[in-house]
Design a protein. Structure first.
Length: 281
């Protein structure tokens, strides 16, 4: 068996590739740069290049799909079409798709959500054996300098979510464990799994666990800061996920069924945060 990880140079894809390598599996990592975790075979290309995607899928039995932070519907549609055609040609036995966010139960009209919803639908309608993973919010986001800096220096955990919003925070390492399980577990074809621990934790509770104070960062300020790292449309798309979450308290909450479906018990958020050296005061 050969396992393909798309976006293997990214934080999420890289975590998945490392987990699969650690499990002793034959791993191929697809990325623009060709830089992939140690132990993975590099496959260079971008999702807009049908030939490169087909070459990456050649001989692959299982694949982890994480789309890049691109939300233009036409561009994403081309990416997904290339993945669909390559996966069908390879005869993959399992395709695990990480949507990157929880998706609202209705059409939000926001490309950050709806391009991912359409991507999963396209792959499923092609008859591919898809398992859809929907993470809530990554704990690793808290390691970003704009969060970790104020936390270490001032004891303030600032994040663009309401202080009382219940969130199923998930670490990248646990995403990787969930992806590994979803790639190999029997009977999951067609499943949609809301990833996260069995317990929701609010920002205020998370901060209190390490003796810090929580500050609900203004989303407009957050979006403006993001433009130093990504282009304005991408920053706006990311910020839109936080605005919608604030208006839909159930969106990011824990789903008790998820651990039972995958057999993975993610790290409790308080435990993860307390173990980070940059979070200790």
């Amino acid at each position: 068996m050969t396992f393909l990880v798309l976006n293997a140079a990214g934080a999420q894809g890289g975590a998945v590739a490392r987990k699969l390598v650690a499990e002793g599996l034959d791993v191929r990592g697809f990325s623009r740069s060709g830089k992939v975790p140690a132990g993975a075979q590099p496959a260079v290309g971008n999702l807009g290049d049908a030939a490169a995607v087909a070459a990456a899928f050649a001989g692959v039995s299982h694949a982890s799909v994480m789309l890049p932070m691109v939300y233009e519907p036409d561009v994403v549609e081309r990416y997904v079409r290339n993945v669909r055609d390559a996966a069908l040609a390879a005869g993959v036995r399992r395709l695990v798709v990480n949507t990157g966010n929880r998706l609202p139960g209705h059409d939000s009209g926001l490309p950050v959500f709806e391009t991912r919803r359409r991507a999963v639908r396209t792959l499923r309608e092609a008859g591919l054996p898809v398992v859809e993973l929907r993470p809530a919010v990554y704990l690793d986001n808290l390691a970003a300098p704009w969060v970790a800096g104020p936390l270490a220096a001032e004891g303030v955990l600032a994040y663009p979510l309401p202080s009382d919003l219940p969130v199923a925070w998930l670490a990248h390492e646990d995403l990787a464990a969930c992806t590994h399980a979803a790639l190999l577990a029997d009977g999951l074809e067609g499943a949609t799994v809301n990833l996260g621990p069995s317990e929701s934790v609010t920002g205020a509770e998370l901060a209190a666990a390490i003796g810090a104070r929580y500050l609900a960062q203004d989303v407009d300020v957050f979006e403006k800061g993001l433009t130093a790292l990504v282009d304005p449309p991408t920053a706006a798309a990311i910020a839109a996920t936080y605005r919608l979450a604030a208006d839909d308290p159930a969106l990011l909450a824990a789903d008790p069924a998820a651990p039972d479906l995958l057999g993975v018990r993610p790290t409790p958020p308080r435990t993860w945060l307390a173990a980070q050296p940059w979070a200790r005061r």
